[in-house]
Ligand binder design. Structure first.
Ligand SMILES: [Zn+2]
Ligand SMILES: [Zn+2]
Length: 154
């Protein structure tokens, strides 16, 4: 028999819904307070005290077979919102890195002014006043200069 490689059934193993270890809900019928991991992340929350999923969000295929437990990979795992915690705030190092990235993008390598907006460094390579040869208006860059060490040369 040459077709031995098709042993794995296309259909996920059928388990009666009564044997399911977790309660299952169809899309649109999920009780309040339960969300998928992804939804939690989009809310800016981490699982927090959730110790694993408390329910299953059934895949749309399974909406037509209510008697069977959803074992499809597209099912979602539902977590409790009330146990979730806000995501950890960025560390100081992360904030510094972000600040430096913004500084690099808003500092002109020619005149070393740091502007209040990001510069077209990829295309023009300098601030507009340098490229066009005029004095920038003082309200477009920081006059009370941050220490020079803070600046990143491009
Ligand atoms: Zn399913
Ligand atoms: Zn410039």
């Amino acid at each position: 028999m040459p077709r031995t490689r098709r042993k794995r059934p296309r259909e996920a193993a059928k388990v009666p819904r009564s044997d399911a270890t977790l309660p299952e809900f169809d899309r649109g019928a999920v009780p309040e307070g339960l969300v998928t991991r992804r939804a939690l992340r989009e809310m800016g929350l981490s699982p927090g005290d959730n110790e694993g999923p408390v329910a299953i969000l059934r895949c749309c295929l399974c909406a037509t077979r209510p008697n069977w437990s959803c074992r499809h990979p597209t099912r979602g795992f539902l977590l409790r919102v009330d146990l979730a915690r806000p995501k950890r705030t960025p560390t100081l190092a992360q904030e510094l890195a972000l600040d430096r990235a913004i500084a690099a993008r808003s500092t002109c390598p020619k005149c070393a002014r740091r502007y209040v907006y990001c510069l077209p460094l990829r295309t023009v390579g300098s601030c507009d006043p340098c490229a066009q040869g005029y004095e920038p208006s003082p309200d477009t860059y920081f006059t009370s200069t941050a220490p020079v060490t803070h600046r990143l040369a491009a």
